[in-house]
Design a protein around this ligand. Structure first.
Ligand code: PEP
Ligand code: MN
Length: 363
């Protein structure tokens, strides 16, 4: 993938993009944008004009008429503007009204046909495009969208991490699943990543914590929804902040440096990292020993005609490990994931041992 620098991200890092979920009226957009510009902390103004809604009948955006309002706030504040596009017509109209940044929403990134249509509409255009992660946790699908745009000649690209849908109760509207944007960053270090805490949280309360986390993970910026009067918003009212609240939130964030600044800090970090490396080596040795025992158990079970899984034994392991692990300061969620994964690997080993014996017999 060929990625070129986006000046505003480069100059203002971490970039702050803010504005209402939806442009509702000219007055609402102007009042919100001017208040945001007055904070001096916002670098790009956003607004949704065409809104992809889960159920029909909710407010679906004012449509193209808001593009002229966007142009107006851009002239008034001197700030670049960003809107969401989901099809050929949106792209055509947004470009006609000189929108500076186009973004592809989560509900569009999931659909390669829609992304391809947008990429085709952008062929030969000098555009800056941000791509939100797809609703489902699928890194390849997210990367696929960048590749489609890249093939159309778009190189000023950035990712927006807005969390991933999950079924059932969660404290988030969309689970952050940080390992996914972290892996994207590892594979494409030159691709900027912006975090959208508003759509991760779905409420105002957790926005500061998610914003700080994103900065601590060295994200390149934040996209946070703001409305002059959030309680009256026509969409996403629970997660929008007033421009004043946004100002306070940004004031409270701590910007840490990605690289240690002093020789002393460097030395301390290196010592601690070496300690971690050694512990990781030990962990691998221990896991390997555990799997060797699993192989022996597999052979024994095979000889004696016993099934691989004994549910009671598995329950015993869970209970015992949870109790000990909790005392050692390891969270329940982590222990569950770790145990499941170790157990699955043990089963795979036993399975392999049994099949190997089976294969030898049939020779
Ligand atoms: C939005 O930014 O208002 C929006 C619709 O976001 P997402 O595509 O992340 O749901
Ligand atoms: Mn929204």
């Amino acid at each position: 993938m060929k990625i070129s620098k986006i000046d505003i991200i480069h100059e203002k890092r971490p970039i702050v993009i803010s504005g209402p979920c939806s442009a509702e009226t000219r007055e609402q957009l102007i009042a919100t944008s001017e208040a945001l510009a007055a904070t001096g902390k916002v670098n790009v103004l956003r607004a949704g004009i065409w809104k992809p809604r889960t159920r029909p009948g909710s407010f679906e955006g004012v449509g193209s008429s808001a593009l002229e309002w966007m142009q107006g706030v851009k002239e008034k504040t001197g700030l670049p503007v960003a809107v969401e596009v989901a099809n050929f017509n949106h792209v055509f109209n947004a470009l006609k009204y000189k929108v500076d940044i186009l973004w592809i929403g989560a509900r569009t990134t999931v659909n390669p046909f829609a992304v391809q249509e947008i990429a085709d509409a952008l062929k030969g255009v000098d555009a800056t495009v941000f791509v939100k992660n797809p609703i489902n946790p699928d890194l390849e699908l997210w990367i696929g969208a960048f590749e489609r745009l890249n093939s159309a000649g778009i190189t000023r690209l950035a990712a927006v991490h807005r969390g991933f849908a999950s079924y059932g109760d969660s404290k988030y509207r969309n689970e952050p699943q940080w390992q996914i944007p972290i892996e994207l960053k590892r594979r494409y270090p030159e691709l900027p990543i912006i975090c959208d805490p508003s759509h991760i949280c779905g409420n105002r309360v957790c926005i500061p914590q998610i914003s700080q986390r994103a900065l601590d993970l060295d994200f390149d910026g934040l996209m946070i929804e703001s409305h002059i009067s959030p309680d009256d918003a026509w969409s996403d009212k629970n997660q929008q902040l007033t421009p004043d609240a946004l100002d306070n939130l940004l004031e409270g964030l701590i910007l840490r440096k990605p690289d240690p600044q002093s020789a002393d800090a460097s030395h301390t970090l290196e010592t601690l990292r070496n300690e971690i490396n050694e512990i990781d080596d030990d962990l691998l040795q221990i896991l390997s020993s555990r799997m060797k025992v699993a192989d022996k158990i597999g052979e024994y079970k095979k000889r004696n005609g016993i099934t691989i899984l004994q549910t009671n034994r598995w329950n015993d392991i869970i209970d015992k490990t949870m109790a000990v692990g909790n005392k050692l300061g390891l969270s329940r969620k982590f222990l569950e994931k770790l145990l499941k994964s170790v157990h699955q690997e043990s089963i795979n080993h036993q399975n392999e041992v049994m099949n190997r014996v089976e294969a030898e017999k049939s020779l």
